[in-house]
Write a protein that binds this ligand. Structure first.
Ligand SMILES: NC(=O)C1=CN([C@@H]2O[C@H](COP(=O)(O)OP(=O)(O)OC[C@H]3O[C@@H](n4cnc5c(N)ncnc54)[C@H](OP(=O)(O)O)[C@@H]3O)[C@@H](O)[C@H]2O)[C@H](O)CC1
Ligand SMILES: Cc1cc2nc3c(=O)[nH]c(=O)nc-3n(C[C@H](O)[C@H](O)[C@H](O)COP(=O)(O)O)c2cc1C
Ligand SMILES: Cc1ncc(COP(=O)(O)O)c(C=O)c1O
Ligand SMILES: [K+]
Length: 497
């Protein structure tokens, strides 16, 4: 393997790593093996082929399995950068070997992700693995186009072109018809005269036509927008300077990583790909999403906003969103100066919305001076936001006691240690106190709830349910309390987006 100073910079890994009993379990999602500044690894063509042989020999894999995972990595990398709402039409150009197979598999996954793939597969293989992949694609009615069928200017018909012609076994100069296909990718200019967007190019493992180890030798080759390196980047990938470099092929067992000294970033969560290389240069002003959501209209909603909230909260749970109970809490001091922070919702019913905290914290002081608050949920994966406003009261001491003792012991001790929102001279002070208290409250001994720790309950006077819709014409249904015949009743209005 070849180590070079250019670092892997996976997005998710910029995290301080400290071994500690306080460490959140989630921290295990973040790599400890590859952080900023550590050397990374590039494979020669020979090493890449050797790893393939080891995986499919002594390590018990079949080529179908590896190809399936490689193709899935390619499809998920595309989905991370180019949403099907904007980049729907995909052309996968597949070569005669396994790189082409990865392209066929990726096209199938892309179909299921909501893209509209087409295939150009001019040199078919009679091997049953490949005929099976073709049959699977045909059963999805995915069109196969001949070289003659595809337009000279690929941008006319496609938003994304997957270059799955050649991988690490490419050698020499490309032979027909791939020479011509490669030239069509080369001539995809970023913008044509009408300033229409040009199709983006994704290369699987190695940009086809590039020397596997030397890269784009004379600078006249394909310039992909995304490169998905499989297993580990090949030496030629050092020459890649496009905006998006991903690693895929989440199947490398430790014996291979050790033998080849692979210094690879860990994949975040359940992801099949991880971004490597420099973070993309992004024009922040151009960052936006066009929301598409199901209808949210007056005759579908619940009369009681708590019931409506429960429905949406259940949807957020079902969608497996991360921390659906996390909410932004805004308070203000006696002069009206506002402040916000996240807290975790710990219960809701007709009496209100409950969270727990330190009563001596900044928020605690503000609530005592000005006992009103606003809470906000943003469920991005569902294009939804809920705003709730109203007066705030402390929950009963009994309720706080009960909740406090339901927490993990570490968090109970943490609540004693933390004089929340005061200045701490250094992290070590927190750890020192933590360790002392941990020794004092050995297993079985009740950890007393600090006086100043407990819950608040917001009693809603206003709810707004927001759902994103195309062209910024979102749904906003606002519930507020109105007096009807001496009784408080919820009434609903629609607000302009
Ligand atoms: N462990 C992994 O990372 C995995 C990677 N996978 C993918 O597999 C490719 C490597 O696949 P392989 O089948 O070894 O080779 P290629 O797809 O790169 O290409 C071989 C075919 O291409 C022909 N070839 C070679 N050079 C030329 C040329 N100049 N012009 C035209 N055709 C060419 C070659 O024919 P020959 O007659 O020259 O032998 C082959 O037909 C890797 O890059 C990954 O994408 C696996 O999917 C999973 C495991
Ligand atoms: C997702 C998330 C959940 C949080 N939940 C709580 C919580 O339930 N209670 C709490 O006191 N702080 C929680 N915090 C920390 C607060 O955001 C904040 O840092 C702390 O309460 C001090 O705020 P203050 O100085 O404005 O009082 C959470 C932070 C995050 C990011
Ligand atoms: C300081 C603080 N207190 C309380 C909580 C709520 O945690 P729990 O679910 O353990 O009550 C959090 C959550 O992040 C927190 O950071
Ligand atoms: K390729």
């Amino acid at each position: 393997t070849h180590n070079s100073p250019s670092p892997f910079l996976p997005f998710h890994n910029h995290f301080p790593v400290f071994p500690s009993p306080l460490q959140y379990s989630r921290a295990t999602f973040f790599s400890t093996t590859s952080i900023r500044g550590m050397a990374d690894t590039y494979l020669s063509a020979k090493e890449a082929a050797e790893i393939d042989q080891l995986l499919m020999g002594p390590l018990g894999f079949s080529v179908d399995q590896l190809m399936e995972l490689a193709g899935l990595s390619v499809a998920t990398s595309i989905a991370e950068v180019y949403k099907p709402s904007e980049y729907k039409r995909v052309l996968a150009i597949c070569g005669p070997g396994n790189n082409g197979g990865d392209g066929l598999v990726a096209a199938r996954h892309l179909y299921h992700f909501g893209y509209k793939p087409c295939i150009c597969y001019p040199k078919r293989t009679s091997n049953s693995l490949y005929t099976g992949l073709v049959t699977q694609l045909e059963s999805l009615a995915i069109p196969f186009l001949s070289v003659e069928d595809i337009p000279e200017d690929l941008s006319r018909d496609f938003d994304i072109v997957v270059d799955a012609m050649f991988g690490f076994s490419f050698h020499g100069a490309p032979r027909p018809p791939f020479d011509d296909l490669i030239q069509r990718l080369v001539s995809l200019n970023k913008y044509d005269q009408t300033h229409q967007r040009s199709a983006v190019i994704l290369s699987v493992d190695i940009p086809s036509g590039w020397h596997v180890e030397e890269g784009d030798i004379d600078g006249t080759g394909i310039k992909p927008d995304i490169l998905v390196s499989l297993t580990a980047p090949k030496l030629g990938a050092k020459k890649f300077c496009g905006p998006h470099h991903f690693l895929g092929g989440r199947f490398i067992p430790p014996p291979i990583a050790e033998k080849y000294n692979l210094n690879l970033p860990s994949y975040p969560g359940t992801s099949m790909c991880v971004r490597i290389g420099k973070p993309p240069k992004i024009d922040v002003s151009a960052l936006r999403e066009n929301y598409i959501s199901p209808d949210f209209v007056e005759d579908q909603i619940e009369d009681d906003p708590i019931d409506q909230f429960r429905k949406w909260f259940d949807d957020a749970l079902a969608a497996a969103l991360h921390e659906p109970n996390a909410m932004a809490l805004s308070t203000a001091d006696k002069n009206g100066k506002p402040s916000s922070r996240m807290v975790l919702l710990k219960g809701f019913d007709k009496d209100g919305f409950v969270w727990y905290t330190n009563y001596d914290s900044k928020k605690g002081h503000e609530i005592s001076e000005n006992p009103r608050a606003a809470i906000l949920f943003y469920w991005g994966g569902l294009n939804r936001q809920v705003r709730i406003e109203g007066p705030v009261k402390k929950v009963s001491n009994m309720e706080s006691e009960q909740y406090f003792h339901s927490r993990p012991r570490g968090s109970q001790i943490g609540a004693i240690v933390s004089k929340q929102s005061t200045v701490v001279p250094g992290r070590h002070i927190l750890h020192q106190e933590y360790e002392e208290l941990e020794a004092k409250f050995s297993e079985g001994i009740l950890i007393p709830k600090p006086e100043h720790w407990g819950g608040y309950r917001l009693e809603p006077e206003m709810f707004e349910f927001w759902q994103g819709q195309p062209s910024r014409l979102h749904d906003r249904l606002q519930y507020s309390l109105q007096e009807v015949d001496g009784r408080q009743e919820w009434s609903v209005v629609r607000l302009a987006p």
